[in-house]
Design a protein around this ligand. Structure first.
Ligand code: PNW
Length: 480
């Protein structure tokens, strides 16, 4: 009899025994208490409080009030059964002026409590150092273009490492350099709301790569024990139209389309950051009319994992061009050339989408992770995956979210296929634990396993919460 025959979730059979099941959040999106207990202002405090910037003029001033309700939230995480929680530290809550010489004791106390409460329940804390809430005062002094910001960031990172490394093993330096630069400095819908040109926008990514590498070195130098450092990247991930074994062309086309830097994808691609900080080489920026970075060998101190925030991807098929080269080679024979041109497959009418209208493309979890693993050879943490649904309280007092359960089943099944194919996947952090402040969409978009009634701040576990709990439990059972 097949040992996995009785599994309720048969796709779990490929997941490794030490796999980490968790959820993710970020400080600005959940904490609130934006000006309490000595916290400094961040660019998100400024940006969201300017009328017109955020849907319904909402702000993260209160958010989910996790600053005051973290105990209840961590107890709920324990009930969910997760073994890891990825959260971010608000840089200006710890260092109100951004600079390392003035530390806020209330901030220290707050993050100590989060870490200690997690540990009490055997939940591994995974700390993100920068999830977009740059101290406003540093932005006023030139932000990421000012090398001092990079120095201050690495000083902050070193402090976190020195202070927490006895209790915290996992750290992400920067969350999504691609979204920071694109939405914050180019399109301008995120803080600090700038509209820089392509060259300056790419320079932000470059500066973030410097900040990351400097922080990694500084953190290792003071860590009290072996710590694991990575970052969280996002970008387009493609998957092949067909996977006929007779032809790998579509597969190659999907890989090429994923990692080729073009005018269409430079704002949202993994390699622009990851090639520099993992491989120590510049992505090909000449193809978008820019100079390649020539200092990548400084940017790639060894790291331990690569975090991928994965929401959706694109289907790609190959067009193969066979042509005789115009010149014959020395021996007189004609030079037969054959190459693949990737073509993006258009999504037809009625393509499945989430409430945010993001396409539902589970295959990306399989092929995308394999492509990432093949290129970077680092264990992958899925640092974020999930969806927004139009969740509401039903007449029976519960929140039924079958779309989320279906989505997660599909995405996790495909992740299992990536694992089966040899990609090393270390964990999965569902975005998000609770509904929260979804940046320029405000509170309209609900990504949580736990519903938040923002009037009362009451937490109501959705059906998907109980489903995820079942998954984690069965995973445990299937291992023992
Ligand atoms: C991530 N896109 O951002 C962030 O890390 C989270 O803070 C955020 O809440 C979550 O995804 C959901 O949006 C993204 O346009 C923002 O493709 C936009 C995109 C992707 C990720």
């Amino acid at each position: 009899m097949n040992e996995h025959e009785n599994l309720k979730f048969p796709w779990l059979k490929n997941f490794p025994a030490n796999f980490k099941w968790g959820t993710a959040s970020s400080a600005y999106q959940v904490e609130g208490a934006y000006n309490e207990d000595g916290k400094g202002a961040s660019i998100w405090d400024t940006f969201s409080n300017i009328p017109g910037n955020i849907n319904n003029n909402e702000t993260g001033n209160t958010a989910c009030d996790q600053y005051h309700r973290y105990k209840e939230d961590i107890e709920l995480m324990h009930q969910l059964g997760i073994d890891s929680y990825r959260f971010s530290i608000s840089w200006p809550r710890l260092f109100p002026d951004g600079r390392p010489d003035h530390i806020n004791p209330h901030g220290v106390k707050f993050y100590n409590s989060i870490v200690d409460d997690c540990r009490r329940f055997d939940i591994e804390p995974i700390i993100t150092l920068f999830h977009w809430d740059l101290p406003q005062i540093l932005e006023d002094q030139g932000g990421w273009f000012n090398p001092q910001t990079i120095d201050y960031f690495s000083a902050y990172a070193a402090w976190v490492s020195e202070h927490f490394s006895d209790r915290v093993t996992y750290y992400c330096t920067i969350n999504e350099p691609q979204i920071i630069s694109n939405l914050g400095y180019h399109i301008g819908v995120h803080a600090p709301g700038k509209h820089l040109d392509k060259e300056r926008t790419v320079e932000i990514i470059h500066q973030l790569a410097h900040a990351h590498s400097k922080a990694v070195k500084a953190m290792r130098a003071v860590a009290k024990k072996d710590i694991k450092i990575g970052f969280a990247s996002t970008g387009n991930l493609c998957y092949p139209s067909t996977t006929k074994s007779s032809s790998n062309d579509d597969m190659e086309a999907a890989r090429i389309a994923t990692f080729t830097t073009t005018e269409d994808n430079w704002m949202f691609c993994h390699q622009i950051f990851c090639d520099a900080v993992v491989l120590g080489k510049s992505a090909d920026l000449r193809s978008i009319g820019l100079e390649n970075w020539n200092d990548c060998d400084e940017l790639c101190p060894p790291i331990d994992f690569i975090g991928i925030n994965a929401y959706n991807g694109h289907e790609v098929r190959a067009r193969r061009i066979d042509s005789s080269a115009p010149f014959s080679s020395n021996d007189g024979s004609a030079n037969q050339m054959s190459y693949i041109i990737p073509e993006f497959v258009e999504r037809g009418p009625g393509f499945p989408r989430t409430a945010l209208k993001w396409p539902i493309t589970p295959e990306m979890m399989n092929y995308g992770m394999r492509f990432i693993y093949d290129r970077y050879h680092l264990p992958i943490f899925i640092c974020e995956n999930g969806l927004s649904c139009n969740d509401s309280l039903f007449l029976d007092g519960k929140v039924h979210d079958p779309n989320r359960i279906d989505f997660l089943t599909r995405y996790l099944s495909e992740l299992g296929k990536a694992i089966e194919a040899g990609a090393v996947i270390a964990g999965y952090m569902h975005w998000s634990f609770t509904d929260n402040f979804e940046w320029h969409s405000g509170y309209d978009e609900r990504f949580g396993l736990v519903y938040v009634d923002y009037q009362s701040q009451k937490r109501i576990p959705k059906d998907s919460f109980w489903w995820y709990k079942d998954v984690i439990e069965e995973f445990g059972h299937s291992r023992h």
